[in-house]
Design a protein around this ligand. Sequence first.
Ligand SMILES: Cc1cc2nc3c(=O)[nH]c(=O)nc-3n(C[C@H](O)[C@H](O)[C@H](O)COP(=O)(O)O)c2cc1C
Ligand SMILES: C=C(O[C@@H]1CC(C(=O)O)=C[C@@H](OP(=O)(O)O)[C@H]1O)C(=O)O
Length: 394
Amino acid sequence: MTQLRWLSAGESHGPELVATVEGIPAGMPLLAEDIDEDLARRQRGYGRGGRMKIETDRVRLVAGVRGGETLGGPIAMVIENRDHASWAGRMGPEPFPEPPEALTRPRPGHADLAGGLKYARRDLRDVLERASARETAARVAVGGVCRKLLRSVGVEVFAHVLSIGPVASPTSAASGGGELPLTELRERARASDLACVDAVAAQAMRDAIREAAHRGDTLGGVFEVIATGLPPGLGSHVQWDRKLDGRLAQALMSIQAIKGVEIGIGFEAARISGSEVHDPIAYDQGAHAFTRPSNRAGGLEGGITNGMPLICRAAMKPIATLKRALPSVDVRTKEQFDAAFERSDVCAVAAASVVGEAMVAITLAAALLEKFGGDSLTELSRNVDSYLQQVRSY
Ligand SMILES: Cc1cc2nc3c(=O)[nH]c(=O)nc-3n(C[C@H](O)[C@H](O)[C@H](O)COP(=O)(O)O)c2cc1C
Ligand SMILES: C=C(O[C@@H]1CC(C(=O)O)=C[C@@H](OP(=O)(O)O)[C@H]1O)C(=O)O
């Protein structure tokens, strides 16, 4: 068994973000540009704030890769924070020449107050810098490495936006929106600035975001992550922490501002009968494979992949930093004030969907390595092929 481990470090306006990932087999081709494309997609999306005009995220591979191939050791990556240049004397590890002005008016919905109380920080910037979703750039870098591994065994992960505020796209893979083949869904999502596959819905979403911005308000939404090409048998029913649905939920829920996760049709399954929920089983003699005419389970039964595409959804709450700020209290004076506002995204659901892809890719890569092991890519591929042969002759 190979264990995938990873960590990120870095503050939003510090010098750089750092990510380390260990457990990737040796001999996997890996270039910075494999990851940069995802980093660029994470920066997109109608409704993002001024910060995204400053950053042009690129990864620098600093360990674990030689001559374009992984070595089997920890891979370390760095992403520069260009905005750091504007924070001289206020951010960075060295003592400041003068104490910077403290941020003392916590924003409802952000980590400011809870983190300030927990870590006994009087300047709430000490909390928000790490709580910020700037950190998700590091996650996307780790996800890019994992995506490369998954691709080598035929697994693709992609996401699309289902709704922004009250505006919904008519297409959902989980609800049988499979009139669109999944490859087409992926291409359309990648071509849209909102990762929405329906052009009419995307325009209504843009309008909703623009109107929210005019009101000084913000919007959340829902995105769906789909993984194709998965072998049956990732995850396990035998112990609580090995169930893949639970692990995916934790991974997606850990993304800043994600407040709900569904697998397949999710909460909808609780409202209808069993006969309308469960996917009948058939057998394709030619392909020597079990098939399903529907995929309401979203590719998971008993916490184990069943060979159908994996479908997860995540709900993002609206951005907490409001131009028309909500009432708050100054933590120093205890007087009532409006919460702090400098600048902010109005809506970041499309960006979060790219982070969702990364978190799902990381979780699937971990499950793949646990099942098939392998210190080299050759060994991993051989193990996968041998298992697929076993499944075909079951
Ligand atoms: C891609 C992305 C961008 C975000 N941008 C902002 C932002 O500009 N302003 C803000 O207040 N919150 C933003 N958030 C949400 C906060 O990071 C999040 O609400 C905060 O860390 C508190 O965590 P919680 O919402 O999970 O409790 C963003 C989240 C994501 C995923
Ligand atoms: C920097 C990113 O997102 C940031 C996430 C974020 C937050 O509070 O989560 C607040 C904003 O940062 P700033 O206060 O510098 O404008 C976003 O821009 C990014 O996604 O790369």
